[in-house]
Design a protein around this ligand. Structure first.
Ligand code: FAD
Length: 446
């Protein structure tokens, strides 16, 4: 009897999680992965640290090679871009990007895990040399190679989201003059504005030129970029990195009738099923269920991609399992500070017309009697009548990452501020105060 075949399109976090889980649950499944790039199963999250020289080689970013997957019984076709899917005949057509050869294979189950790609806005000069985006290992190699040249002094980052903020760290480490341009009034717009202001202050403290409320108009140069022009001025630029958001890689099936959001994200249910039978999707090309908003949203994160991929692999492997959803929990290192968020921001609570309250405290990371005490700013968003916690944002030099996860768990479990304020947290002077920073924030809500 012919084996059932699973085809996975896209071989990074979501795709390889799905393939590996399905393999473990169903040893008889024929599993084929198509990946248009040269690498599979790597952590894009580590790219800024590779560029900055903190991660010494790109090999360290790769969890498993195609050869290792072959040993697990997963056939990986790298440099193969899927150009068409026939959902009625259940076939996938892939083009070998090296020799243009076409390979067509049929599937019983299909996982679309094609991720997302940077949005390129067609500013004049966007095609000049040394104007780049960061998404893949080859992108990082190129940025690293260019930045390693001592003649490259002025680095301009266009867009003030996570990726460029992580690049502030990398470029500062490499000794560059760093400038960041953001059209909105604050950086890190996923957070409430006061956190964006802290990002600005921290960046400026380290010599970064921050331009908020300023729009790029033109990139200028003769073959290579030399300067950029905004609506407020002109600035020298040897290297420009554009990070203006990302778009799901779903163009190759846009006319298939598969249900998508306006931005092209494939709509999935709690099992990762799309609107087409036997077709699943996961990761940055798909929607994800938000536990507080109680709706499908687009939050492209590695954490989400890994979990969604695992759920899809489990379902294809025969398990009756549902994904309960996410909170949008994220953490970011910026120079000496860490920023974390989970659940709703105040902006989001307001947009959703929730009857909410907020509290912001500055609490110590650990006891003042122990050297190195720093403050952590914690902002909680909670439901007014019940005090159920809906969201948290944190910033500080130490101890933020631990606390954002505690708050994520509290929100995930539907806790009120009163319940969280009396949890039995650990205490010893190097790590906390008798009332931990999280409890101090929760107990400040009256
Ligand atoms: P991807 O990793 O994008 O993989 C999709 C793959 O599909 C790609 O390799 C692509 O080549 C392939 N593909 C696309 N179309 C086709 C096709 N037609 N045929 C064949 N193959 C195709 N997330 C966090 O949670 N924390 C972080 O700290 C963090 N930092 C990040 C830093 C950077 C610089 C970047 C770029 C991302 C970061 N992320 C972070 C996001 C995280 O990397 C992504 O959410 C995650 O990689 C998504 O995994 P994925 O498998 O859905 O998609």
């Amino acid at each position: 009897m012919q084996k059932r075949r699973l085809i996975v399109i896209g071989g990074v976090a979501a795709g390889m999680s799905a393939a590996s889980k399905a393999r473990r649950l169903d040893p008889d499944l024929d599993i084929v992965v198509f990946e248009r790039g040269e690498y599979v199963s790597y952590g894009a999250c580590g790219l800024p640290y590779y560029i900055g020289g903190l991660t010494e080689s790109k090999e360290r970013l790769i969890a498993r090679t195609p050869r290792e997957f072959e040993k697990m019984g997963i056939k990986v076709f790298t440099s193969h871009e899927v150009i068409d899917v026939n959902f009625e005949e259940k076939t996938v057509k892939a083009r070998n990007v090296k020799n243009n050869g076409i390979l067509t294979k049929s599937y019983d189950s299909l996982v679309i895990a094609t991720g997302a790609e940077p949005i390129i806005v067609p500013f004049p000069g966007v095609d000049l040399e040394n104007v780049l985006t960061l998404s893949t290992i080859p992108d990082a190699d190129k940025i690293k190679e260019i930045a390693s040249n001592d003649d490259i002094k002025d680095v301009v980052l266009i867009g003030g989201g996570y990726i460029n903020l992580e690049l502030i760290d990398a470029m500062t480490l490499l000794g560059k003059n760093v400038r960041i341009i953001e059209r909105m009034d604050t950086l890190l717009n996923k957070f409430d504005n006061e956190f964006g202001e802290m990002v600005k202050k921290e960046s400026e403290k380290h010599g970064v030129s921050v331009h908020t409320g300023e729009s790029l108009e033109e990139i200028i140069g003769n073959n290579k970029v030399e300067k950029i022009k905004t609506d407020k001025g002109e600035y020298p630029a040897d290297l420009v990195i554009m990070a203006l958001g990302i778009r799901p890689n779903t163009g190759f099936i846009k006319d298939s009738g598969i249900e998508m959001l306006k931005n092209g994200a494939i709509v999935v249910d709690k099992k990762g099923r799309t609107s087409i039978p036997d077709v699943y999707s996961a990761g940055d090309c798909a929607t994800i269920y938000h536990k507080i908003k109680k709706e499908n949203v687009y939050i492209p994160l590695g954490t989400n991609a890994n979990k969604q991929g695992k759920i899809v692999g489990s379902v294809i492997g025969g398990e009756d399992i549902n994904f309960s959803g996410i909170l949008g929990t994220a953490v970011l290192k910026l120079l000496d500070m860490t920023f974390g968020m989970t659940g709703l921001t105040e902006k989001e609570a307001k947009n959703l017309s929730i009857d909410y309250g907020t509290i912001t405290v500055d609490a110590p990371n650990h006891a003042g009697t122990y050297p190195g005490m720093k403050k952590i700013t914690i902002k909680l968003v909670y439901e007014n009548n019940t005090h159920k916690i809906l969201g948290a944002q944190l910033a500080g030099e130490d101890g933020v990452a631990k606390r954002v996860d505690v708050l994520a768990l509290a929100i995930d479990r539907g806790m009120t501020t009163e319940e969280l304020g009396m949890v039995d947290f650990s205490y010893s002077p190097p790590y906390a105060t008798p009332w931990d920073a999280v409890a101090i924030a929760a107990n400040a809500v009256k």
